[in-house]
Design a protein around this ligand. Structure first.
Ligand code: HEM
Length: 491
């Protein structure tokens, strides 16, 4: 038997060894690591704790810290032992053209679903995309018609999220969540999504916990009550849809993402398991709800600011001129996609809502790469952030001001440049597969709402409230005021 003091001896020796190894790793990272020549705070070069601290402890503010670091150190900053963050608009194409190992979707998986998102398919899904917009229109009509002394206040930010949640759930699962039909537009569900996103941002720093979080059984989620209600509901929907697609023998079932993947596999003679179908459909919901909702919210918030009255009037005039009267209420995407002022408003809203606020990491391939004249060695991680790109003063002067006109009336060359620097949908082989669908939902919703109603902002919401935290998707800070409106007039 080992004497008691020997346990302490073993423990102390192990502790000392770990300490010495950690110190050696820190010294190596700061002095001789291949990225040691790049500028940045020592604490970031030494360990991953720097990013963890800003991401988790400060909470969703890493993009602001990155902005500060770039002002201090220049366009390439080392933000982790093996990671560089880059901030220079012309570098975006270089970084995201490079093949990434940090993929979420294999090429084959992307091919299976990408047909579903072609412009032709999106136009064919016109009815599905219009349904939630028409329901929102009907609710605003009711609110406008109510003869009460206190006008009904519509939580428009929440309603806007429902527009994409309801249509993308129908496209994914074959049945809609139908939050638009709920009196509070599914308030507990939206709160639960926000809580889950904050949790996920912490959990992604502990890769071993990710599968545990992803596989919490439904019965345990039920015990957690409202906190996990959103995740639970989405899981239930996806499980049922995956099960029925796998069991279905008919070729005539409604075309959904899930049936699309099942059929692609049948054609190839391969099989697909239920888990994969669930994951695919849930990713789509996650990818679409807040991104689309944020772009719509940013657009309407700025259009309703008193100083932007002329921008709103121009939009109304353009819509009235382009759409035949009485064609009402939810125009088709192909009637809208060429309207210049609406297009400029949508682009400006996408710029100011960022898509994914924070950094999108890519792994440098074997040959290494040269960015801004600097060689970056293989296997390093490089990342850029839409937040910094879209606030670049040289490309987008006065970035905090909503100026759709910046997308119009310039030299053709300049316009091309602006489009090149707009990265809300990402770039390269892993850019957003759903961008056409997103555009369709955004154009149709803005046209429907701003053509038919005069809205008035309720409450004292400010630009401060509209700032986004980087919770992978853009979330407003806890306790911030959200866009809510009353409906004043119907055209
Ligand atoms: C304004 C709306 C949207 C924005 C700004 C947006 C933005 C993005 C961005 C930046 C990425 C790239 C992520 C990366 O590089 O890791 C992405 C990926 C993706 N998005 Fe979107 N998205 C939007 C709406 C949608 C919609 C409506 C759908 C589908 C219904 C969708 C489906 C996807 C999918 C499947 C991916 C993964 C693609 C891949 O990794 O190959 N998105 N999105």
């Amino acid at each position: 038997m080992i004497p008691f003091w020997d346990y302490w001896h073993i423990l102390a020796t192990t502790g000392l060894a770990i300490l010495v190894a950690s110190l050696a790793a820190v010294v190596y990272c700061v002095t001789v690591h291949p990225l040691a020549k790049f500028p940045g705070p020592r604490s970031a070069a030494a360990s991953g704790l720097f990013v963890f601290y800003h991401d988790v402890f400060v909470g969703g503010k890493l993009h602001l810290e990155l902005q500060r670091l770039h002002n201090l150190y220049g366009p390439i900053v080392r933000i982790g032992p093996n990671e560089l963050h880059i901030c220079r608009p012309e570098a975006y194409d270089q970084v995201y053209r490079v093949g990434s190992k940090a993929t979420k979707w294999s090429c084959q998986r992307r091919t299976e679903i990408s047909l579903f998102f072609s412009r032709q398919s999106v136009l064919a899904l016109e009815d599905v995309l219009s349904r939630p917009i028409l329901k929102l229109h009907a609710r605003l009509l009711t609110a406008a018609a109510a003869q009460t002394s206190q006008p009904e206040v519509i939580p428009l930010e929440r309603a806007y999220r429902c527009v994409s949640l309801d249509s993308v759930s129908e496209i994914s699962f074959g049945r809609s969540f139908d939050f638009m039909a709920k009196k509070d537009f599914g308030k507990p569900m939206h709160e639960s999504v926000e809580d889950s996103l904050r949790t996920i941002c912490t959990i992604r720093h502990f890769p071993l916990l990710v599968p545990v979080f992803n596989n919490i059984p439904l019965w345990l989620m039920r015990l957690a009550g409202d906190k996990l209600s959103a995740v639970r509901m989405m899981k239930e929907f996806s499980q049922q849809a995956a099960q029925s697609a796998l069991e279905s023998t008919s070729d005539n079932s409604a075309r959904t993402i899930i049936t699309e993947i099942v059929n692609a596999n049948k054609t190839r003679g391969t099989t697909v398991n239920r888990q994969r179908l669930e994951d695919e459909s849930l990713s789509l919901i996650a990818a679409s709800a807040d991104t689309v909702g944020n772009a719509l919210t940013v657009a309407t918030y700025h259009l309703l600011k008193p100083e932007n009255e002329d921008i709103l009037r121009k939009l109304e005039e353009e819509l009235k001129g382009a759409l035949p009267t009485n064609s009402l209420i939810c125009p088709r995407y192909d009637e809208l996609s060429d309207l210049p002022w609406l297009t400029a408003v949508v682009k400006e809203a996408l710029r100011m809502s960022y898509g994914l606020v924070g950094r999108l990491p890519r792994v440098v391939p074997e040959a290494g790469m040269v960015v801004l004249g600097q060689h970056i060695p293989a296997s390093s991680v490089v990342s850029m952030s839409a937040y910094l790109q879209h606030n670049d003063l040289a490309v987008f002067p006065e970035p905090g001001r909503f100026q759709p006109q910046r997308w119009l009336g310039q030299e053709e060359k300049q316009k091309t440049n602006l489009n090149r620097y707009m990265v809300g949908f990402g770039k390269g082989s892993h850019n957003c597969v759903g961008s056409t669908m997103a555009y369709s939902i955004i154009y149709k919703t803005l046209a429907t709402i701003h053509l038919s109603f005069e809205l008035k902002v309720e409450g004292d919401i400010t630009d401060e409230d509209m700032q986004y935290e980087d919770r992978f998707l853009g979330l407003h800070a806890k306790g911030s005021r959200r866009l809510a409106v009353s409906v004043r007039r119907v055209y």
